[in-house]
Design a protein around this ligand. Structure first.
Ligand SMILES: Cc1ncc(COP(=O)(O)O)c(C=O)c1O
Length: 381
């Protein structure tokens, strides 16, 4: 890869994966690797799902891209589905290209109608690679550290324009802020005229066994930000906006234009992703498979004693290992798994594995992973 700049902060381990099918990646020599992270949590229906490939081929033979003054019916069809599954019927959607862009859009939109100076969010959540949410400056943000017992009485809710809530992922560490706490924050924000934005870039589109992470809470958000799984690997994201927020917008003043907004190719893929999840009953499947994986992981935990905690909602699973002064269990097990062609991600600096496989993962692939994991753990002294 002499011509490619790698600036993600992650180590590049392989550079010749030329084909992929569901959870398997194939290199030029024909070796295959089990992808338990769905790329960057994007291929929730598996790599190269045949129905997604078909819609990409068919839509690209019709029209891929729009200009500012014309649209295509497929965009409205995808928007209608998204409004239905978010419960924001009578609202509107905009299609963008990445999760970061969708988060930024939602913030810029909120700033256009709110005179309150701050956004509120939880300290450890991830929101965006750039912009207002990427910088997270004190000028714009109040961050609440619920894990360190932050006190909500210290927050001046009259100054909060929006609470941006990431329901569960916490930068991939899979921590779930308590419902009662979230309920209180949501009602204080609303009482003071602020709005609720849920960041569903990671937790949305079935990842947690429900359509959205906020479905595990008592929240009816005003804006839902969706990315990653929506495109199953194709870069499309969406901001779904309630009718109430739309009515507060002054579209003579709030302008946001980029070249690939509401493009038909991305919308046709999003439309198909939702259709497949419904047709193939993937939400209940996600919950069942999650239970099977977690039950097996608990047995490994009880038997070998090096796993500290298993946290999961649907197929968003984290395994946290005990601290060990001699070596890192997570590093060591990760290296062994890689040697057995199993790819999952270990967060640098944390004794935690993230496992976010496709909702379509084959049960034999799960068995392959769990058997290898147990075999490796059983050899640790
Ligand atoms: C919770 C969350 N929000 C936003 C983003 C940004 O999305 P993207 O990388 O598509 O810009 C990410 C990316 O990992 C994320 O995990």
């Amino acid at each position: 890869m002499k011509n490619v700049l790698i600036s993600t902060g992650h180590e590049l381990r392989y550079n010749d994966f030329v084909r992929a099918e569901n959870c398997w990646l194939f290199d030029t020599s024909g070796n295959k690797y089990l992808d338990l992270e769905s790329g960057v949590w994007c291929t929730s229906l598996g790599h190269c799902h045949p129905k997604i490939t078909k819609v990409i081929v068919e839509q690209s033979q019709k029209i891929i891209h729009n200009g500012y003054c014309y649209l295509n019916p497929i965009i409205d069809e995808a928007a209608e589905k998204l409004l239905r599954i978010t419960g924001l019927d009578s609202g509107k959607c905009v299609f963008l290209c990445s999760g970061s862009e969708a988060v930024e859009y939602s913030l810029k939109m909120t700033k256009s109608f709110s005179d309150k100076p701050y956004f509120l969010t939880m300290r450890n959540c991830y929101l965006s690679a750039y912009g207002i949410a990427g910088e997270r400056s004190q000028e714009n943000w109040i961050e609440f550290d619920w894990k360190k017992g932050g006190c909500i009485e210290e927050i001046d809710f009259s100054k909060i324009s929006a609470f941006i809530f990431e329901p569960g992922s916490s930068s991939g560490l899979v921590h779930f802020p308590p419902r009662e706490l979230v309920d209180i924050i949501v009602s204080r924000v609303r009482e003071n005229g602020g709005i609720i934005i849920t960041n569903e870039v990671t937790t949305g589109i079935g990842r947690t066994g429900k359509w959205f992470g906020y479905n595990h809470y008592n929240i009816n958000p005003d804006i839902v930000v969706i990315g990653k799984g929506l495109g199953n690997g194709y870069p499309v994201s969406c901001v779904a906006i309630s009718e109430a927020v739309i009515s507060r917008l002054d579209l003579d003043k709030f302008h946001y234009a980029q070249s690939h907004q509401n493009d038909p190719l991305g919308a046709s893929i999003a439309n198909k992703v939702i259709e497949i999840i419904e047709e193939e009953n993937l939400l209940p499947r996600c919950q069942t498979i999650s239970e099977e994986i977690c039950n097996h992981l608990k047995k490994i935990k009880d038997k070998y004693g090096i796993i500290k905690e298993i946290r999961a909602k649907g197929l968003m699973i984290a395994i946290e290992f005990e601290d060990n002064s001699d070596f890192s269990y997570a590093n060591m097990i990760n290296e062994e798994l890689l040697m057995r062609n199993v790819i999952l991600v270990k967060r640098p600096g944390f004794e935690v594995f993230r496992i976010d496989p496709a909702l379509t993962i084959d049960k034999n692939d799960i068995k392959y992973f769990l058997e290898n994991l147990e075999e490796i753990i059983s050899t640790i002294k």
